[in-house]
Design a protein around this ligand. Structure first.
Ligand code: HEM
Length: 61
């Protein structure tokens, strides 16, 4: 579970994987994110690649 908000310039990969599989709470407000243990490795890899591709293109500007 993330202990602080994601910030530009810091790798968010472990935060993404943990949050997608286990869910999370308390970072952005009172609403929790439910755990999604059924997300397979292939889907997880695609989701994280998509999320971090946005992060990388933002950095290269
Ligand atoms: C494939 C689907 C999903 C992906 C990839 C995803 C990804 C993420 C990630 C990476 C975070 C962490 C953001 C951060 O800490 O900066 C997050 C947080 C959150 N997600 Fe999701 N999520 C998904 C589905 C959902 C669903 C279905 C719900 C609600 C029904 C949801 C509700 C939330 C909430 C409320 C937070 C903030 C939790 C907090 O304050 O700690 N997410 N999500």
């Amino acid at each position: 579970m993330p202990s602080e908000r994601s910030t530009p310039g810091r790798s968010t990969l472990p935060i993404c994987v943990t949050t997608i599989v286990n869910g999370g709470a308390g970072v952005w407000g009172a609403m929790p994110m439910p755990p999604m243990p059924a997300v397979g490795d292939d889907a997880l890899q695609q989701i994280v690649a998509w999320l971090t591709s946005g992060e990388e293109s933002e950095r290269s500007d």
